[in-house]
Write a protein that binds this ligand. Structure first.
Ligand code: ZN
Length: 84
């Protein structure tokens, strides 16, 4: 029988949660970070009510920590209140 530390045991059952915890970010942020391909997407809606897919200034290929801090920001277009 092998002994698993609580962290390792968690990694076995829920790797995403364990990784998020070790990075110091929320699980939600970690999952969204992966989903959005490690970049911070603009939070605005386009004129067609679709989520803007532009990447916010300086938000390309960031770490989950930076992603979590930057999320909610707007791209260059929407930063100025424009509707794309
Ligand atoms: Zn935008």
């Amino acid at each position: 029988m092998t002994y698993l530390s609580p962290e390792l045991a968690e990694y076995e059952t829920n790797p995403d949660s364990a990784i998020a915890k070790s990075l110091g970010v929320s699980l939600r942020a970690y999952l969204l970070w992966k989903e959005e391909e490690f970049s911070v997407r603009c939070s605005a809606l386009t004129a067609k009510n679709k989520r803007c897919k532009n990447i916010v200034t300086g938000g390309r290929n960031v770490t989950p920590n930076i992603w979590e801090k930057m999320t909610g920001q707007y791209c260059e277009t929407h930063e100025n209140g424009n509707k794309a």
